[in-house]
Design a protein around this ligand. Structure first.
Ligand SMILES: Cc1ncc(COP(=O)(O)O)c(C=O)c1O
Length: 438
């Protein structure tokens, strides 16, 4: 790869100078494994970027895309349709949590987040409640990188270079509480009362009749795997209901089996008004995101607009792109045919016990898990937060395993096709990497 010129590509969310001094290059992928440019096999311990839930290079998906590109490569999505978009939406709606029957397509999780925020504000407006404009997120929430998402999101590092956030936004506290919940298996016992802050502080401060929506990840993924405390999401739902506030679940990571259930909404038995999803929607192979929406919200837009008027002036050149729709149909079929969400549930006990075997390894401060996701939080080196996490990531890479790291938290979220032996190896390699890191 020495002849490759790396000057032009400004890499996203990457330490560019460090990377270019010691590149890590993937050249192919199949099933649970990548190959790097030296021909080494790298186990995919994070489903690409939480998206390749069915594993890599799946034949039915590859063939569906090949067929689609040779049939209809592109179709404009505004005022024109193509059959695959309707077919994909029907399929997605059929597997959505009961009560969310309308599908609005976008191209990424970030677009899904900003679209949901716009939809929430506009929904109140079209039904004559234009005072509801405020948006409530949560500290450490990640809703992508667009202005709406970083405003309602709560990751300091993603906001500080862009201090022009949306104005009418407030944040709930993060649910992370190591003092009471360290080394919890599954949902932590303590912290449902964090939801009460929405009523006690936020609605009081802002006047509930000005709040359009609360948006949270049911499980906060990118910030380092924060599992919701038992009862927390139900309380959020109750408070939103009490004050007429929409509840949006960002299920970009939790959708499509990650927690050992189809959706976090079903796992926790809490129905939001809107779900945003992406990633696993198309197995990561063609960019795609979507909103799953209660019909009442959709119908309010239809009722408010004049005949022939565009009811929701929002969408993208690539909304419901034919290739993404073909990929999504094949992906959702594959999930069902192979029972991958059930498989994730069946493996979650073993996954949990292997993850928690790392308790006691030096510098391991917490381990948390649910379904096929685990977060391993490490003590930070004094004065160098994130350095230890980066080193563990590099050591895992050298040992042939790809994991994610957020600061000093290692996130593990393999494709749902992972075998028991591979779970064993995954955590063994991570354990050795932590052990070998000063
Ligand atoms: C919960 C959540 N929302 C939104 C996003 C942004 O998705 P994308 O990178 O596709 O824009 C992510 C990405 O990790 C995510 O985890």
């Amino acid at each position: 790869m020495t002849e490759l010129n790396m000057d032009a590509f400004w890499m996203p969310f990457t330490a560019n100078r460090h990377f270019k001094s010691a590149p890590r290059m993937l050249v192919s992928a199949d099933g649970m494994y990548y190959k790097d440019d030296a021909g080494r096999e790298i186990m995919d311990g994070c489903a690409g970027l939480w998206c390749v839930n069915a594993g890599h290079n799946r034949k039915p998906i590859v063939e569906a895309i090949q067929k689609q590109i040779a049939t209809l490569d592109y179709a404009p999505p505004f005022q024109i349709g193509h059959p695959k978009a309707f077919e994909a939406a029907e399929k997605l709606a059929a597997m959505a949590p009961k009560g969310l029957s309308k599908v609005f397509y976008v191209n990424s999780g970030s677009e899904a987040a900003d679209t949901a925020l716009k939809m929430a504000v506009a929904y109140h407006r079209v039904r004559g409640d234009a005072a509801r404009v405020k948006l409530i997120g949560r500290e450490r929430g990640y809703h992508g990188v667009n202005f709406g998402g970083i405003s309602v999101g709560g990751i300091a590092g993603n906001r500080k270079l862009f201090p022009v956030a949306l104005p009418a936004v407030d944040h709930l506290r993060s649910t992370h509480d190591l003092s009471r919940n360290a080394f919890s298996r599954g949902e932590p016992e303590f912290g449902a009362e964090f939801a009460d802050e929405l009523e006690a502080r936020i609605t009081t401060l802002h006047d509930p009749s000005t709040i359009a929506a609360v948006m949270v990840e049911p499980m906060a993924g990118s910030t380092g795997v924060l599992i919701p405390p038992k009862g927390y999401l139900k309380r959020l739902r109750q408070i939103c209901d009490k004050y007429g506030i929409l509840l949006i679940f960002d299920e970009v990571i939790t959708g499509f089996g990650r927690l050992g259930a189809d959706w976090a909404a079903n796992k926790f038995d809490v129905l939001p008004d809107i779900i945003t999803c992406a990633k696993g929607l198309s197995n990561g192979v063609v960019p795609m995101g979507a909103l799953l929406v209660k019909p009442e919200i959709h119908d309010a837009f239809m009722a408010a607009a004049a005949d022939r008027a565009i009811e929701f002036p929002h969408g993208y050149t690539y909304s419901a792109h034919p290739l993404a729709c073909a990929a999504s149909i094949a992906t959702l079929d594959l999930y069902q045919e192979e029972g991958l969400f059930q498989r994730a549930a069946a493996l979650s006990g073993l996954f949990e016990s292997k993850a928690h075997q790392l308790q006691g390894v030096k510098n391991v401060k917490d381990i948390r898990n649910l379904g096929l996701v685990a977060g391993i939080e490490l003590d930070s080196r004094p004065g160098a937060p994130g350095a230890r996490g980066f080193d563990v990531f590099l050591k895992c890479w050298e040992a042939g395993v790809l994991v994610r790291f957020t600061g000093d938290i290692i996130a593990v979220s393999p494709p749902l096709i992972i075998s028991e032996a591979e779970i064993d190896r995954l955590f063994a390699v991570i354990g050795e990497a932590i052990q070998a890191t000063a």
